[in-house]
Design a protein around this ligand. Sequence first.
Ligand SMILES: [Zn+2]
Ligand SMILES: [Zn+2]
Length: 398
Amino acid sequence: MNNMKKPLTWLALSVSALVAFPAWGEDNMPTGRAAVEIKDGTYPASYFPNTEILGEDEIRITALGTGMPNQTKAAVSISFLVELGNGDKFLFDVGLGSNGNLFSLRPDFSKVDKVFFSHLHVDHVGDFMGLHIGGWLSGRYKPLRVFGPTGSTPELGTKAYVEAMEKGYAWDLQTRIGALPDAGAKIEITEFPYMQENEIVYQENGVTIRSWPAIHSLDGSVSYSLEWNGLKYVFGGDTYPNKWYVKYAVDADIASHEAFLPPKALAPYFGWDLGQATYVATRVHSEPAAFGKVMSAVKPRMAVGYHSVLSPENYQAILEGVRSTYDGPLTLARDLQVINVTKDAITVREASVDDYALPPSVSQAYIDAPRTEEKSPSDKVLAGKWSGYTPPPMPDDK
Ligand SMILES: [Zn+2]
Ligand SMILES: [Zn+2]
C-alpha cells in the first residue's frame, strides 16, 4: 500500500461520515451491518460475522487455524480468537496463514491488540508480522501487546523472536510510520518464565490468563487458561501429554489441546517412514488416543482437538483414536469453526465468510489518533518520475 497523505485524508473523511462511535464494549461494526441479539440460545445454523451481538455473559471462540505448518487451503496453521461479552478480544497463537481467516471475520481491530504465543514454531507465530502491520492498517491505533514464554536461553525466547522479526521488516515499518497512527507501530512484549506453573500472565478487566509448561521439541512451549465471568477456556500449546495440563485445565468449560495425526496418517502426510512418524506423533506431539486420555482425566464441558488436517480419511483415523480413550463431548476443530459458550450451553457452528471480504471499517478514534509526518522517497529517486504520465488531480479535502 502506498501511504500518501492525501488519499489517507480523503479516506478518513469518507469513512468518518459513515461510522458512528461504538459504545464501550460494543464493536465498531463494518458499515451496512446491524447485529442482532440472540434470544433463548437460538443461534442461526451458520455464524455470519458481525451479525450477532455477543451476550454479556458469553464467550465466542473462533478457530482461525487448526492445521499443520505445511498448510492446506482448508486448514492453515494454528490460531484461535477468543471474544468475551465484555468486549475484550484475545488471540492465542497466530500461525502461518491464519491472518486470512482473521480478516475474513472483519473484526474490530482496535480490540485485536493482544496475542499470546504458546511457543515459537512458525505454525504458531508465523503470521505475527501480518497481524502487526495488517491490524495497524485496519483499525488498531494502540500498541500490539505480545505475551509469550522465555526459552532456555534469551535468544530462544519470545522477546528475541519479536524483536528480530521487527528488525526484518524495518523497511515496511518505516514506510507506514507517520501515515498511520503512531502508537499502532509499537509492540509491547511481556515475556514470562516458561516453567511457571499456573501463574498469572495477564489480569485486567475481570480476565485472568495463566500459563503452565508443555513438553515439546525444546524447552519453551506453554499452555494457557483464560478465566472470565465464571467461564474457563484452556488453550494447549504443542505437547506430549503432560501432568500440568491435567492438573490446571480441570474445570475448563472448553479445553483445547492438540490431537495430532496418528502415526499411520502422519507418515504419508509428510512422506516419512513409520518410525519417524511414530516418534513425532507420540513423543513430540499427542496422537488422538493420547489427547483422549488427557480429556478423560480433565473432563471439560467440551474437548476441542486440533493440529491436523481433517481430510475424510484423517478424520476417521483421528476420531477412532480419540474415541478409543474418551467418550465425552468432543469437537475436532476445523478452520472457521465457532464455539459460543455460556453457563447453560455450548454451541458449535461453522462461520460463513466471503472470500472477498473487505478489511473492516476503522473507528473515529483511529482516524483521530496522532500521526507524525510521513516519509517519501528521496529527491534523487523522485527525480526519476516519468514525464509521460500526469496523475489525476487530488480530490478536494474540504
Ligand atoms: Zn510446535
Ligand atoms: Zn505446531
